[in-house]
Design a protein around this ligand. Sequence first.
Ligand code: ZN
Length: 199
Amino acid sequence: MLSLGTRTCARCRVGKPLNRHHFYRRTRDPLGYQRMCIACTRGDLDRADAARLQARQEARAEALRAYQARAVGGPSSYYPPPPPDDLDDDEVRQEHGQVCLEWLIHRRADCVVAALTEAAWDGAGSPIDALANALFDEPPEEDREDPLYWAWDYLTDLAYLHADRLLEEVPEADRPAVVAILPEWCRPQKSAPETPASG
Ligand SMILES: [Zn+2]
């Protein structure tokens, strides 16, 4: 076999005998062999294969995660409901708040029962208010991605609605008593009770 000497591999910088055992053929090379040794060329191909495989696996895992989040992100699930795209739509927002509150109550059922028990024994003016206090130490920051924020939003809507309806129901003479019991939820600035948008 004709000896062409050695070639220093462009990748690993090791001088290797220039023959087909160490270099793949390349017709356009003056000596007929590639600049990179076979070991390095294979390594590159293996790495490219591995990268493609990993990209495919990651894409599949991501699709599965998204599918599971959609499948389990409901009221009775461990994961909170994912926020819908059109939260600026009143109806969508209210529905999302409702689902978020269902999810929160499901997750914290023991706390809910304790709060209702305590509200009953205390003769609380608004069990909804008692529930809000039990579920939230303080109002959550406004965060459209946060299911707790929407659960809070819906629960406080209910507390206001309850106070408004109670004021409507009692004789006019008793209204100051209702306001005294529910100072937080009675809105004196509103003469007519506001009905929340519903479909
Ligand atoms: Zn090499």
